[in-house]
Design a binder for this molecule. Structure first.
Ligand SMILES: O=C(O)c1ccc[n+]([C@@H]2O[C@H](COP(=O)([O-])O)[C@@H](O)[C@H]2O)c1
Ligand SMILES: Cc1cc2nc[nH]c2cc1C
Length: 340
């Protein structure tokens, strides 16, 4: 086996040294949940969410006091092939809109008490067109992952992961096809709303990209560098850094899940601290989530991106933490317990 240093070695090292779930914290949550003034199991998956938070925060009761949504914005060279219903200049325009507080994500964060941060990943420097060569070098991919790791640097106890990047549903489809196999047509959807001709161009682009990079797609990190955008790379870095800092992660839709899929392909347990915020209307998202073993918290027919589905789901996670921490116990409230 070759021992030559690879730019990916530090990432692999990080993955093998990641913390696991805190089983004692999970047990403490279960014990307290059994005393709360409600029939056992009556809060369904909210009960599981409290356990999941405790497992990955490593504490009981878990807290969601500083939730943060991060949006990773990048430009994709593949937009030259006509794969989006919108022009690439929308990237910069939407970042200006986010800064002015005018995006859907701004309103969701404001309505639910979520912090919001945008990462501009060299937005004026598109990655390479994946039908003609690699999106980026391995070094560039690792540097962008490192930048994404900054997401947890300011301190947060729940991280939502989203993106902004015209053309990136094509990028995500190419990544899924490379990781999971199957036809490009299975993975490609309408994204921002391409017509039938646009859909056919997207399928052809994914086919061409897979042919261009054939023989180099066995290593998931190589898939990331060759087919991924900077948004995907930074989200993968953010997910890893969150794990290392014991911050649970809520994923947004079809595109954000591609970053998780890269990590899952390296080792499935790498994304155990992630929940799927929602099921995107982008058709293949259901298949992706099934492969990753994730049941989405919401299914609202959304396909906006920009962290919107993650942020809405984070309001549920906040509620799950508040319920668990602050409900009265049967003894405190003087409520009669179950008979028999
Ligand atoms: O993540 C999703 O589920 C999703 C589905 C459809 C569209 N998007 C957003 O729309 C943009 C990508 O769409 P497109 O058609 O340009 O590939 C990008 O900015 C994403 O945030 C995102
Ligand atoms: C307007 C617009 C807003 C978005 N937000 C996330 N992706 C987007 C794509 C478009 C086109």
């Amino acid at each position: 086996m070759s021992t030559a240093a690879s730019p990916f070695d530090d990432i692999r090292q990080l993955i093998v040294s990641m913390p696991g779930p805190d089983e004692a914290a999970v047990e403490a949550v279960r014990a307290r949940d059994g005393q709360l003034t409600k029939p056992a199991g009556s809060l369904g998956r909210l009960e599981w969410l409290a356990e999941w938070l405790a497992a990955w925060q490593g504490k009981a009761p878990p807290t969601v006091a500083r939730p943060l949504v991060c949006v990773f914005a990048a430009s994709h060279g593949v937009t030259a092939k006509g794969v989006s219903a919108f022009p690439a200049e929308v990237n910069r325009q939407m970042l200006e809109t986010f800064a002015a507080g005018g995006g859907a994500i701004n309103q969701i964060c404001a309505a639910n008490g979520l912090g919001f941060k945008v990462f501009d990943l060299a937005l004026d420097l598109p990655t390479g067109d994946i039908t003609e060569g690699p999106a980026m070098s391995e070094k560039d991919a690792v540097a962008t992952m490192a930048f994404g790791m900054e997401a947890v640097a300011g301190g947060t106890d729940l991280l939502g992961i989203g993106e902004m990047g015209i053309g990136n549903t094509t990028i995500a489809a190419a990544i899924y096809a490379a990781l999971f196999g199957g036809t490009p047509a299975h993975w490609v959807g309408r994204g921002t709303g391409v017509d039938d001709a646009g859909l056919a161009r997207k399928v052809a682009v994914v086919e061409a990209a897979l042919a261009q990079h054939a023989g180099h797609l066995d290593d998931p990190l190589e898939v990331l560098a060759r087919l991924g955008g900077r948004d995907i790379a930074a989200m993968a870095g953010a997910i890893l850094a969150a794990r290392a800092q014991r911050v649970p992660v809520v994923l947004d839709g079809y595109v954000a899940t591609a970053a998780a899929a890269i990590l899952f392909a390296i080792h499935p347990s790498t994304i155990d601290h992630c929940v799927a915020g929602h099921l995107s209307a982008e058709g293949a998202h259901r298949d992706v989530l099934e492969r990753l073993g994730k049941i989405p918290l919401l299914a609202l027919g959304m396909r906006l991106g920009e962290g919107s589905g993650a942020a809405l789901a984070m309001s549920l996670v906040k509620s799950a933490a508040a319920i668990h921490a602050d409900m009265a116990t049967f003894d405190q409230a003087g409520v009669s317990k179950r008979e028999g």
